[in-house]
Design a protein around this ligand. Structure first.
Ligand code: WT7
Length: 646
């Protein structure tokens, strides 16, 4: 491993930063030593409440119970929209940049208010009440944000499903949350190609009898089959509605949204987030981590289908009255200079993206950087997976011209907001390290027996004590929430990640310790891919592991055994790859499928994934002991026929 250089906070950045090292230390200590006092202050500073809370926090990790600002009353949209109208109704809330570089739009806070109220009234007209679930399956267009906020306006619970998911995956999520309304678009546009959203919805809702309304935005105007009575066009529903809609008074602990994420077992789980604590977590982290000052242009490249889009495109920035850029397209269309062109076009100050995008752009060559100045940039960020020091240095030197600090933000769908990160005015940066805990986050490293490890050491990353934007439940299955996050190490929230702490107290995330993959910053359960494979007639058994991939971080490597009567062939392999993509979505398409006569199993029948991971990574000298296998000879065949990634 080559030497990692430390980058001190640039002097001019430090001089103007919201939080310097001293303030970070002081606030961090207060947040851990007197959490109730700290969070009460922040909740008053960042949010407007209709009625104050009676208790700051209640927690019982053994029961997976967490409640913040108990009895407090609040509405998210009053905080994200209405309260900004007095001073800056005409300031831009959302800059929308289309897939087509000639298409963009500025939406003021007043316009945002009007659009959200009209849709909220439309939803009410279609019978949506407080507590009802609404599925949002949309491209990255302003209506996606309107839809989320319209739900929040009336107390409906949204469940955004990423537009890249298949009809089947969509159906599972609609069913699991019992959504009765779906908001979608005729088609999405990404990289010049149409994404058949409404067609997918039609397939999904054909199997969901409880869906009584499908609202469709006309994005491309394509001629899409209708579902009859349940269909209504977004425009037809909204244009006649009033631009005023009283915000529903919500309890701090009323659900705000459900967002599905993959785990090591079973089907994706619906992570449930609630109102007051979530919004506070999103707002305070957005403000301090991105050192956000009023008037600045902030761009997070995520999709609203993921938690990053929820917290750092919509809720956090809008709560802070920021200007948030929403991008419909992809970083490589029309070519690999697109992000840098958009930064110049809209004078973006803060840019937040994923390492996988940076690695892909870096691989295309530096010539794509020469057509933009990027002088407006002040701060850069990354999220979703560890960033390798090479990509970090490229981002820092080439994209940010060595001028902009980089915040490497660690968090999860379940944490709701960032928990480990540098604060750009406070911490020296070490490329590849997520750095230090954010306010209120108390990370520990545990050994396998659950003992807290001290000093510079590696272990299982867990958190002690509650934070406001923490997961409240797995929708419809609280026991699963307890089992997944609070049982392995009683008394702690378990992340599923491994981490190392260095001598300066910096955290380095080493990756998942469970059977969860991180493919291009997307979380994938190996179990889900295995289920999709064994659904196919040809497949008897499947085992899926990750392997190091230059651009995607991890690639998907599958071992399958075939049913008798099936022969290995290139066509069959390609067929299985597309079957998985069809079953789950393109992000789950396997990179490699190896046909195996048998899988390495213990005598009790458990697949030894450690061995499969080593073979996939071509690390044969550290294969370890294979003598405990029921049939050690299967390993030789797996090795002989392994596919070495190009
Ligand atoms: C998993 C959570 C919420 C961010 C988007 C992904 C990995 C996330 C980092 C980082 C190293 C990271 C972890 C985590 N991860 N950020 N900065 N450095 N790893 O959310 O889909 O819930 O996935 O992403 O493994 O557990 P998610």
């Amino acid at each position: 491993m080559h030497e990692i250089s430390t980058h001190p906070v640039p002097e001019d950045f430090k001089a103007n930063a919201l939080v310097n090292d001293e303030l970070y230390q002081q606030m961090y200590r207060a947040s851990i030593e007197q959490p109730e006092q700290f969070w009460a202050e922040q909740a008053n500073k960042f949010l407007d409440w209709r009625k104050p809370w009676t208790k700051v926090v209640e927690q019982d990790f053994h029961q997976g119970q967490v409640a913040w600002f108990v009895d407090g009353k609040i509405n998210v949209t009053e905080n994200c929209i209405d309260r900004h109208l007095a001073d800056r109704a005409n300031d831009t809330a959302i800059i929308w940049e289309g897939d087509n570089p000639n298409e963009s739009q500025n939406i003021s806070y007043q316009q945002l208010h009007d659009k959200v109220c009209q849709l909220a009234n439309g939803l009410k007209q279609r019978g949506v009440n407080k507590g009802d679930r609404v599925c949002i399956y949309m491209p990255m267009i302003p209506e996606a944000a309107y839809a989320m906020l319209a739900c929040a306006r009336i107390g409906a619970v949204h469940s955004v499903v990423f537009g890249g998911f298949s009809p089947d995956a969509l159906k599972d999520r609609i069913e699991n949350a019992d959504c009765q309304v779906v908001i979608t678009a005729d088609e999405g546009l990404r990289g010049g190609k149409a994404v058949p959203l409404k067609a997918n919805v039609n397939i999904a809702v054909a199997q969901c009898p409880n869906v009584h309304t499908v609202i469709t935005v006309e994005r491309t105007g394509a001629d899409i089959a209708s579902n009859g009575d349940i269909d209504i066009s977004y425009n037809a529903l909204c244009e006649t509605q009033s631009r005023r809609c009283d915000a529903e008074e919500m309890d701090s602990e009323d659900p705000l949204f459900i967002l599905y994420t993959s785990g090591s077992t079973g089907k994706p789980k619906g992570v449930l987030h609630t109102t007051g604590g979530y919004l506070l977590g999103a707002a305070i982290s957005h403000k301090y981590i991105f050192d956000y000052n009023p008037g600045e242009i902030y761009w997070c490249t995520a999709d609203v289908g993921w938690i990053t889009g929820h917290s750092y495109i919509v809720y956090g920035p809008l709560a802070n009255g920021a200007t948030t850029l929403m991008f419909e397209g992809v970083p490589t269309y029309p070519d690999a200079s697109r992000c840098w062109q958009v930064i110049d076009k809209h004078q973006v100050n803060i840019f937040y993206t994923a390492p996988t995008a940076l690695r892909a752009l870096m691989a295309q060559g530096d010539q794509y950087l020469t057509t933009s100045s990027r002088q407006s940039l002040r701060l850069l960020g990354t999220v979703g997976e560890p960033i390798n020091p090479e990509a970090w240095e490229w981002y820092h030197q080439e994209v940010g011209q060595s001028r902009c600090p980089i915040v490497d933000t660690w968090w999860q769908t379940e944490t709701g907001s960032v928990l480990i990160t540098p604060l750009p005015g406070a911490n020296s940066l070490k490329p590849g390290s997520a750095t230090r805990p954010f306010f209120g986050a108390n990370p520990v490293l545990l050994d396998p027996d659950g003992n807290e490890l001290e000093g510079a050491v590696s272990g299982n990353l867990a958190f002690k004590g509650a934070w406001p934007s923490q997961i409240r439940s797995v929708y419809g299955d609280h026991q699963r929430c307890i089992d997944t996050y609070y049982t392995t190490y009683p008394g702690y929230y378990t992340t599923g990640d491994g981490a190392r702490r260095d001598e300066d107290g910096y955290y380095w995330i080493t990756g998942r310790v469970d059977d969860v993959l991180n493919v291009s910053g997307h979380r994938m359960g190996t179990a889900e891919i295995e289920s999709a494979l064994v659904l196919q007639d040809a497949v008897a058994e499947a085992a899926v592991v990750g392997y190091p991939h230059d651009v995607k971080g991890q690639g998907i490597y599958c071992y399958v055994t075939l049913m008798t009567g099936y022969e290995w062939s290139e066509e069959l392999m390609q067929q299985l790859r597309s079957d998985v993509a069809k079953e789950i979505g393109a992000i789950a398409r396997p990179d490699i499928i190896q046909f195996a006569p048998g899988l390495p199993k213990t005598r009790s029948g458990k697949i030894m994934r450690r061995i499969l991971r080593k073979i996939a990574a071509d690390e044969l000298d550290t294969l370890g002991d294979t003598s405990t296998l029921a049939d050690p000879t299967v390993v030789d065949d797996l090795i002989d026929n392994r596919v070495i990634p190009k």
